[in-house]
Every structure is written in C-alpha cells, then in structure tokens.
Design a protein around this ligand. Structure first.
Ligand code: BV8
Ligand code: ZN
Length: 240
C-alpha cells in the first residue's frame, strides 16, 4: 500500500494530533470485534448491546459480571500488536498527541501509551455502585464480594449502553478534537455515540481526517484520506 503524499506531508508536519481507536485496533491481538463479519457479537443468545446495557445491570448484575469475567479471562493472555506499538511511539513524535479509545482491553497502555482517554471505561477495574470506590483487577487480582468502604455491590468499571461516559472524558476528547490538525480514526465502525462524533468535531474544526479500516464505515465519506487495510500492517508505513 502506497501512503498518499498529502497524508505523508500532513503526518510529517502535524504538531497537534488526535487518534480515535475502536475494537479493530485490537483485532490482530485476537480480541474479537463487535461487528466482525457483519454479525453482532452475541453472549448466551443476547446481542452484546443488550448484555452490556444499564437496563441489564439493573435486572441481572451477576449475568453482567459473568460476561465481563469471561472477556477479561480471554483478554488476559493477549498482547498488544504492531498497531498498538506504533501508536505508542506517536506520543513521543507529536508535541500535542491525544489518544482516545473506545476499547476497554487496556492493550494501548500495555504497549506503553500514557494518558489514554478511555471513553468506555476499563475491564481491569471494578467500582462500587454506591460510593464509586475503585478496585483494580489487573494481573488476576480478585475483586472483593462487595465494597470494602460501604458494603454495596461492585460493578465493572465500564460504560454500558444508556450510561453516561466517565466525568470529563468526552469533554477532554472533544476539546482536543476541536484543536487538532490531524485526526486518525483506526478500527472503528463509527456507530456508537458520542464517540463517533469526535471525527466530525475534528473535521468541522478544519483538521485533516484519515481513516484506517479494511472496510468502509459511515465516517469514510467525511475523510480526506481512507487507508483500507489492517492497522497492524498500515500504521508503520506512515513512518518516514
Ligand atoms: C450515552 C463498553 C447518554 C462495554 C461500549 C445518538 C444516536 C444514536 C444512539 C445514541 C446516540 N446517543 C446515544 C445513543 C445510544 C448509544 C449508541 O450509540 N447506540 C448505538 C448502538 C446506536 N450510546 C450510548 O448508550 C452511550 N451513552 O449516550 O449516554 C445517554 C444516556 C441515556 C440515554 C441516552 C443517552 C454509551 C455507549 C458506550 C457503550 N459501551 N463498550 C462493552 O465493551 O461491552 S460500546 C462498544 O461498542 C465499544 O466500546 C465501541 O464503542 C462499540 C463497538 O464499536 P467498535 O469499537 O468500532 O467495534 P466494531 O466491532 O463495531 O467495529 C470494528 C471495526 O474495526 C470495523 O469497522 C472493522 O472493519 C474494523 N477492523 C477489523 N479488523 C481491523 C479493523 N480495523 C483496522 N485493523 C484491523 N485489523
Ligand atoms: Zn462503596
């Protein structure tokens, strides 16, 4: 794949860069995407946006835990791929670099990315439904049965459908999107809001918008450049 000269020039000259990632950036690490192969991920007969919903949390917290415990055990043995590593290098390359992810797998951080704006939370954390105390579950740490502060139940520290994003996360991302010169959207189907609104904010603020995805998405028509292929193979081609 040839990197178009305009994109190469923008990549070489940009100082303020925002990257938005989705499940596709973790696909080459073995993390299943949600809409891979045209069908939506299903758990025990329930589409993921049903089991991953505020309504389900109300109705059946143990089922929600079972779903995230299964995914956490699955992700535990997986490692970052070339796309994660390339993106981690960009935080040194660009004076003002912002990494925003919809992923809860923590693979960006495992690849060395710092200050990642996690719009949808993180599967390695639990939090108390009442006092919001946080509990780290990284490297197999067991979560307590209930909150050690107030005794109330714990829930996964992820954003479920119908729930608000973490305080300030979207605002910070939107602020950076509105001031970036180059916005690169990697491995997202661009269907879930408000995350999918960030490239639109960047574009309308005058940024050069580039998408990396083997398939067209609703965001493709907005883009100045679309690189159709796998992130793990394409991102390193941007190196001069
Ligand atoms: C909210 C955590 C306020 C849990 C997730 C406006 C319009 C319509 C609907 C709404 C709207 N505003 C709000 C809504 C409702 C809803 C929404 O957007 N629904 C959609 C389905 C229409 N949004 C919400 O509920 C949000 N909250 O708005 O709060 C509010 C409150 C009350 C009432 C109303 C509003 C919260 C959304 C967050 C939900 N939590 N994750 C979990 O993980 O289980 S979302 C989850 O799904 C992911 O985080 C991600 O965001 C999304 C999946 O999308 P992708 O990551 O893009 O993955 P996908 O599989 O779809 O695509 C992968 C792509 O990668 C593909 O394009 C593929 O081609 C590509 N690819 C594959 N391989 C590669 C690759 N690319 C590169 N390289 C490869 N190798
Ligand atoms: Zn508590």
């Amino acid at each position: 794949m040839q990197i178009p000269s305009e994109l190469r020039r923008r990549f070489a000259e940009a100082r303020r860069v925002l990257v938005l990632t989705g499940a596709g950036v973790s696909a080459e690490s073995g993390v299943p995407t949600f809409r891979g192969g045209g069908n939506t991920a299903v758990w025990k007969g329930l589409p993921f946006d049903v089991i991953s919903s505020a309504e389900m949390l109300e109705r059946n917290l143990p089922a929600v835990w079972e779903w995230f415990d299964y995914r956490r055990d699955f992700i535990e043995s997986l490692t970052p791929n070339a796309a994660h590593h390339e993106i981690a290098l960009w935080q040194e390359r660009f004076p003002e670099f912002t990494l925003v992810t919809q992923n809860i797998d923590g693979l960006h951080q495992k690849a060395g990315s710092r200050d990642v704006i996690e719009l949808h939370g993180n599967i390695w954390r639990a939090r108390c439904i009442a006092c919001r105390s946080f509990y780290d579950m990284a490297s197999g740490k067991k979560r307590p049965e209930a909150c050690l502060e107030c005794g109330d139940p714990l829930r996964p520290d992820v954003v479920l459908f119908g729930e608000l994003l973490p305080p300030g996360a979207f605002e910070r991302a939107a602020e950076r999107a509105a001031s970036c010169e180059l916005c690169i959207v990697i491995g997202t189907s661009g269907l879930v809001y408000p995350a999918a609104g960030l490239p639109e904010i960047a574009k309308s603020a005058g940024a050069f918008l580039c998408e990396v995805n083997p398939e067209p998405t609703p965001l493709s028509r907005l883009c100045d450049e679309v690189l159709m292929g796998k992130a793990g193979e394409i991102l390193q081609l941007l190196r001069s």
